[in-house]
Design a protein around this ligand. Structure first.
Ligand SMILES: *[C@@H]1O[C@H](CO)[C@@H](O)[C@H](O)[C@H]1NC(C)=O
Ligand SMILES: *[C@@H]1O[C@H](CO)[C@@H](O)[C@H](O)[C@H]1NC(C)=O
Ligand SMILES: *[C@@H]1O[C@H](CO)[C@@H](O)[C@H](O)[C@H]1NC(C)=O
Ligand SMILES: *[C@@H]1O[C@H](CO)[C@@H](O)[C@H](O)[C@H]1NC(C)=O
Ligand SMILES: *[C@@H]1O[C@H](CO)[C@@H](O)[C@H](O)[C@H]1NC(C)=O
Ligand SMILES: *[C@@H]1O[C@H](CO)[C@@H](O)[C@H](O)[C@H]1NC(C)=O
Ligand SMILES: *[C@@H]1O[C@H](CO)[C@@H](O)[C@H](O)[C@H]1NC(C)=O
Ligand SMILES: *[C@@H]1O[C@H](CO)[C@@H](O)[C@H](O)[C@H]1NC(C)=O
Ligand SMILES: *[C@@H]1O[C@H](CO)[C@@H](O)[C@H](O)[C@H]1NC(C)=O
Ligand SMILES: *[C@@H]1O[C@H](CO)[C@@H](O)[C@H](O)[C@H]1NC(C)=O
Length: 694
């Protein structure tokens, strides 16, 4: 994983042995064609799902790496904090690739994370590359001190980057195969106090779900070595030869008695075998021995990786018989002294990938031997191999909803806190400042339970999303400049004793004597929730009894008319529209409008209510109560038309409710003036209203 020829150490062994093989041409590869084209054009070029980031690249327009046909973009959308740098001029020319010329360093904060969009549950390859290039002119890799920082994949430790004693021109890459825990994958750089972490490029590549079957939500694997054999000129084979853009190092044997074979014939895998999808071009090339020899060894140990002995490794060997005469070739595969596979014979023109799924070698073995069996007429061959180390994904990310909401709150209040990046609760030592989490349920994702945003200079309205943070028990917003109404749902939770809210010292409290506005701490306030609970229980009970009583009286009185007010749920129509807007039930409308609590507009057509969706979005709910309209068969086609209308002067239709007793339209909520205007003006709406009332 170090890309530089000068550091290869020759391991001399009595057996024919292979060790580090990087080619001297390495530094000159990829004479980059930086074709700068517009975003729209370049977007069409990149393979689907590839996220390719040139860290520290300051130009907001992406560029096409012509040699790779991959579009790289700046990292500004994926990370906060850090500083952009360029490597020292003397290293620019020979940089491993164009992305290595700039980097982002993180002198501030102990953890800095990149967040990359992903699909929950899908497998990905994530590759990070590091070229120091003496960007700070401090010769940090060669000044005799330790230069070491850590990498996390999500909330778990992945690997350390150790650049101590390396030439500044060296490029290091790390790859991990992992399953996305949610709709984003986070990757973090950890400051160990031994040099400022930095990164040059970051790449995310989707894999197929069938690939690397031993990788799952609790097991990720980190690249240790990936080699291909044969007569190869490129030191690294990657995309577009490999659809998944894996880095296959050229591990060509050059010394006699090695023989490289190749074929033009198509080499495939057994139908249904999609475990590795090794590119055909790699399987068409192989290395074997002169027939006088019987075995060779592969040593993947690295002098620089002191941790190797404590790693649990998983080797995968890829073999294909490409000698057209289909000879008798049979061999055993050993890991140090222990046999891994016995009497293996490669299939002609078909890949055999030999690995023990989920069985990681416990000893950190890095020495593999392929040995001809006594009955075999030909020595062993090899096309490619991969070695991975185990990364335990033992720590769980914070509850998905909590993460979403706290990030929205961060945006809403424009909070710029160094520690507020990456996962809020894990790992514990890097949890966000000002919040605490509940880790007590060990098999469940941690939840955020307290949030202290006191004296943080927050202004404006209440973050509506707070109402979705159901696990929040303690919320201190004292001494800020928060104004505007406290959302009903939050008050409800406060009154029920579920949330301890502190608002003293905010404009919203200027005329408010409620307990959450009075700064003095009442003794044992948190524990002493009984009165609140009593109120919370007794008041509704009394109210409900009253209501039930009234209902009975009312029903008796209006017995003959009661049919009109029966449960609306019974009347939900069964003709869903084939449009992508949401269909609401009457019950849902009741819920989001808080039982049609707040009227924001009235007209001949009906009443418009304020509502809040589950995701916190505010909406205007226009309810048409006229039975005659409800019977109109033209309502649905009209909704269909409206749903397609998107105009800057029109509110967007979010959804509708169709029910024998009521029809309703749900729009995005707009500031009052606008809303009135929109409900009255706007051709599409007028059209609709005329239509209905006709
Ligand atoms: C960014 O790239 C575009 C497109 O090549 C170029 O026109 C522009 O000058 C660059 N901007 C900066 C600040 O380098
Ligand atoms: C870094 O190394 C170069 C050459 O080895 C030397 O000229 C320079 O003074 C060094 N810089 C520092 C800050 O040590
Ligand atoms: C899990 O989290 C704990 C506590 O933060 C930490 O000590 C441990 O190293 C983490 N495990 C991994 C695999 O990162
Ligand atoms: C980092 O590399 C240096 C130099 O090779 C070595 O002395 C040191 O032990 C390594 N540290 C770790 C934690 O691998
Ligand atoms: C290796 O391949 C190159 C072209 O890719 C060819 O010129 C050369 O002769 C080959 N070497 C051997 C030993 O086959
Ligand atoms: C291989 O064996 C044959 C026959 O035994 C011999 O003639 C040849 O010189 C040997 N080649 C090498 C490289 O030892
Ligand atoms: C291919 O197989 C034949 C025997 O079937 C053998 O004589 C020949 O040496 C093999 N070629 C290589 C390059 O291994
Ligand atoms: C993940 O795979 C490992 C073996 O690679 C297995 O032991 C473990 O049970 C799997 N975990 C899940 C959650 O599937
Ligand atoms: C809450 O945050 C404020 C401001 O950051 C700090 O001064 C205070 O000590 C914190 N309170 C607690 C209980 O952590
Ligand atoms: C809220 O924060 C303020 C300022 O840090 C502190 O004085 C107060 O005690 C806190 N209240 C609670 C309930 O934690």
């Amino acid at each position: 994983m170090f890309l530089a020829s000068k550091h290869c150490k020759n391991q001399s062994r009595t057996m024919i042995s292979f060790s580090c093989s990087a080619s001297p041409k390495l530094t000159s590869i990829l004479a980059l064609l930086l074709i700068l084209v517009t975003m729209i054009q370049v977007n069409g070029q990149s393979p689907p799902g590839f996220i390719s980031i040139d860290c520290g690249w300051e130009n907001s327009s992406a560029y096409l790496n012509g040699a790779l046909n991959i579009v790289y973009s700046s990292d500004v959308w994926f990370v906060e904090g850090g500083q952009n740098h360029q490597i020292s001029p003397e290293f620019i020319e020979d940089a491993f690739n164009g992305q290595q010329k700039t980097l982002r360093s993180f002198p501030g904060g102990s953890r800095n994370c990149y967040t990359l969009p992903s699909t929950a549950g899908k497998k990905y390859l994530l590759r990070a590359m590091f070229t120091y290039g003496n960007y700070d002119r401090l010769n940090k890799t060669l000044d005799g001190s330790l230069f070491l920082f850590g990498l996390h994949i999500g909330v778990n430790f992945w690997e350390a980057v150790n650049l101590t004693n390396w030439d500044p021109s060296v490029t290091v890459f790390k790859e991990v195969l992992t399953v996305a825990p949610s709709n984003s994958v986070s990757f973090c750089l950890i400051n160990f106090g031994s040099g400022i972490p930095f990164i040059s490029s970051l790449e995310l590549r989707p894999l197929q779900d069938t690939m690397y079957p031993f990788v799952n939500t609790s097991v990720s694997v980190s690249y240790f070595k990936r080699c291909r054999f044969g007569n190869i000129t490129d030191p690294i084979t990657r995309y577009p030869v490999d659809d998944y853009d894996r880095f296959w190092e050229s591990c060509t044997f050059t010394s006699y008695p090695f023989i490289n074979l190749n074929t033009n014939k198509n080499v495939g895998s057994l139908p249904g075998n999609n475990d590795f999808n090794v590119p055909s071009a790699i399987l068409q090339q192989t290395s074997t021995l002169d027939t006088n020899y019987s075995r060779f060894s592969i040593n993947v140990a690295s002098a620089y990786n002191k941790d190797a002995l404590s790693l649990q490794l998983l080797p995968i060997f890829h073999f294909t018989e490409i000698n057209g005469s289909n000879p008798n070739r049979r061999f055993d595969i050993f890991s140090t002294g222990e046999v891994l596979f016995q009497g293996f014979s490669p299939s002609p023109l078909q890949v055999d990938s030999m690995y023990k799924s989920g069985q990681f070698l416990q000893k950190g073995d890095t020495f593999f031997t392929l040995d001809k069996t006594p009955g075999s007429s030909l020595p062993p061959l090899i096309n490619a191999f991969e070695v991975y180390s185990l990364v335990q994904m033992e720590n769980l990310t914070t509850d998905f909803n909590d993460v979403y909401n706290i990030k929205q709150i961060k945006t809403h209040y424009n909070l710029a806190r160094t520690s507020w990046n990456g996962d809020p609760c894990w790992p514990r030592e890097y949890s966000w400042e000002g919040l605490t989490c509940d880790y007590s349920k060990s098999n469940q994702n941690p939840r955020i339970v307290t949030l202290n945003l006191s004296t943080s200079g927050l202004g404006g309205r209440f973050a509506i999303l707070l109402m979705n943070m159901m696990s929040l028990e303690n919320f201190n917003l004292s001494n800020n400049k928060i104004d505007g109404p406290i959302p009903y749902y939050i008050l409800q939770r406060v009154q029920a004793g579920l949330l301890d809210l502190r608002l003293e010292g905010n404009p919203v409290c200027s005329n408010n004597k409620d307990s959450y506005c009075i700064g003095k701490k009442k003794k044992k306030r948190r524990r002493n929730t009984t009165p609140i609970l009593l109120i919370a229980v007794i008041v509704p009970v009394v109210l409900i009894s009253l209501l039930v009583g009234m209902c009975i009286l009312w029903k008796l009185y209006w017995k003959d008319k009661s049919g009109d007010n029966e449960n609306y749920a019974m009347y939900e129509e069964e003709t869903p529209l084939h449009i992508d807007i949401r269909r609401f039930t009457y019950t849902e409308l009741k819920l989001i409008t808080n039982n049609f609590h707040s009227i924001i507009g009235k007209g001949g057509f009906g009443i418009v209510y304020h509502g809040i969706l589950e995701n916190g979005d505010e909406v205007a709910v226009k309810v048409l109560m006229e039975t005659s309209i409800a019977e109109s068969t033209d309502f649905l086609p009209e909704v269909q038309t409206l749903s397609k209308v998107h105009h800057k002067n029109l509110v967007t239709l979010q959804g509708y409710c169709q029910n024998k007793k009521c029809l309703a339209l749900v729009y995005d909520f707009m500031p009052r003036g606008n809303l009135q205007q929109l409900l009255r003006g706007g051709s599409a709406l007028n059209f609709y209203e005329c239509f209905c009332q006709a």
